[in-house]
Ligand binder design. Structure first.
Ligand SMILES: CC(C)(COP(=O)(O)OP(=O)(O)OC[C@H]1O[C@@H](n2cnc3c(N)ncnc32)[C@H](O)[C@@H]1OP(=O)(O)O)[C@@H](O)C(=O)NCCC(=O)NCCS
Length: 414
């Protein structure tokens, strides 16, 4: 049996046919309606790598990396967004993904720009072994038609319009609103390329064949016609008066615009159910709704965060309260992170340096990733035996400092 380690080599747009074939094998889908939008349009070719095996020489796996910026508690940092991690079924479970992830983390470290790597996991069991922690939890709701929403001041004078969504016309317009709305929400990545800006407007015909209408765009505008919020949605037929509104993305720069969007989305004729996009666990919609349990809240894992450079990452965010602590970090895959780090920080800044002092906490880099965006409590991870506490008295203070008032979320899957 061939057990040689895979070779990781850069790929380019010229390799697109082989990459697309491999990804369809790995993820189990077939692109139909060639010539329309393709799910591969968002691949960042300048950071796409293939894993090759010998005997015969073949492409066994691929992955691509987006160069994002991401809000973190109190700041914004560059972050590497890994996407399309796929291994051909023929070559599974012989270390191809492991070799690709190791290469990715070393590539990010060697560039020296991004202290974090982020991803969405198709399955929760895959990425912990590579040091990724589940850093953001998402909520999805199913609303009934005409559901009660609290009133909000400032909605008078806002105007709405409904259009058929069109990538050509709308991608940049929506991006402006997206860019303003995401400020201050840890985890909400940028859309740095045209491919990523257009992806959300994709409207492949196979969805229409399954009973979905074309993608629709609802916008809310304020003074001077400036867009303050938008929702992308499609309705699915479901029998008489029983259609479902699938809200693909709902983004607003202020609460009044958000209230107007949701007021319209829950009041479309011939529908009975409205499904939300991914929401943060503190999304304002939860407080606009008069009855949250009736909306069948469902929790899921959202963004996974991997600290690639411990001192840069810890010094790069802000802390909810003053903190001074020594953390002893284990990280066999990225040995430059291993060891004791003295963190001194607070709401206005932070520093992080190597030290020999006794640690208050010992933890794997995976747990550091899990708490990094402020959405998971160190205290809870210690309670679950995932963080070793050297100084019980210090745990509550360090845990509070790592928390953050806004829950993390990335509404845009990449
Ligand atoms: C998930 C996937 C990338 C793994 O690739 P692979 O080359 O088989 O992975 P490796 O051989 O490097 O496996 C490394 C480890 O992860 C484990 N693992 C792999 N996939 C797993 C899964 N879905 N759930 C739990 N564990 C998994 C392996 O058992 C192995 O464990 P070990 O180190 O204890 O032996 C591959 O199966 C695949 O392409 N799946 C379909 C597409 C997909 O889901 N991609 C991920 C997108 S986020």
């Amino acid at each position: 049996m061939d057990v040689a380690a895979p070779k990781i080599l850069p790929l380019s747009a010229a390799d697109a046919p082989a990459v697309e074939d491999l990804l369809q094998w790995a993820f189990g889908f077939t692109v139909v309606d060639a010539g329309e939008w393709s799910p591969f349009d968002s691949i960042s070719w300048e950071r796409t790598f293939g894993a090759w095996l010998d005997d015969p020489w073949r492409l066994a796996g691929v992955n691509t990396t987006h160069s994002f910026d991401v809000p973190v508690p109190g700041a914004t940092l560059p972050a590497a967004g890994v996407s399309w991690v796929g291994v051909h079924p023929r070559d599974r479970r012989r270390g191809v993904a492991t070799a690709m992830l190791r290469h990715h983390l070393h590539e990010v470290h060697d560039r020296g720009v991004e202290p974090l790597s982020l991803l969405f996991a198709s399955e929760a069991g895959i990425y912990g072994r590579y040091g990724y922690g589940m850093a953001a939890t998402e909520l999805q709701l199913a609303l009934g038609r005409g559901v009660g929403l609290r009133d909000v001041a400032g909605t008078e004078g806002l105007t709405v319009s409904f259009e058929r969504a069109d990538a050509e016309r709308h991608a940049e317009l929506l991006y402006e609103c997206y860019t303003v709305a995401r400020v201050g929400r840890p985890g909400w990545v940028d859309r740095p390329t045209t491919g990523l800006r257009r992806e959300v407007l994709a409207d492949p015909r196979w969805r229409h064949r399954l009973g979905g209408e074309v993608l629709r765009l609802l916008t809310v505008a304020g003074e001077g016609g400036r867009i303050r919020g938008y929702a992308l949605f499609r309705r699915w037929s479901g029998g008489p008066n029983a259609g479902t509104v699938e809200v693909v993305e709902a983004v607003a720069v202020d609460l009044a615009a958000y209230r107007v969007l949701w007021g319209r989305l829950v009041d479309l004729d011939l529908t009975s159910r409205i499904t939300t996009p991914r929401l943060a666990t503190d999304d304002p919609l939860l407080h606009l709704l008069l009855d949250v349990p009736a909306a069948e809240p469902k929790l899921g894992h959202n963004l996974w965060c991997r600290v690639v450079d411990v001192p840069a990452a810890l010094a790069g965010r802000r802390y909810a309260a003053p903190v001074e602590a020594v953390l002893d970090v284990t990280d066999p895959m990225c040995p430059w992170n291993q060891g004791r780090w003295r963190l001194v920080g607070g709401p206005d800044g932070a520093s992080c340096e190597s030290t020999d002092d006794a640690p208050q906490l010992r933890l794997d880099v995976r747990e550091l990733g899990a708490v990094y965006l402020g959405g998971q409590a160190l205290h809870a991870l210690a309670g679950a035996g995932l963080v070793e506490v050297g100084d019980e008295g210090a745990l509550a203070g360090i845990s509070t400092a790592f928390g953050w008032p806004r829950a993390p979320l990335c509404p845009a899957v990449f």
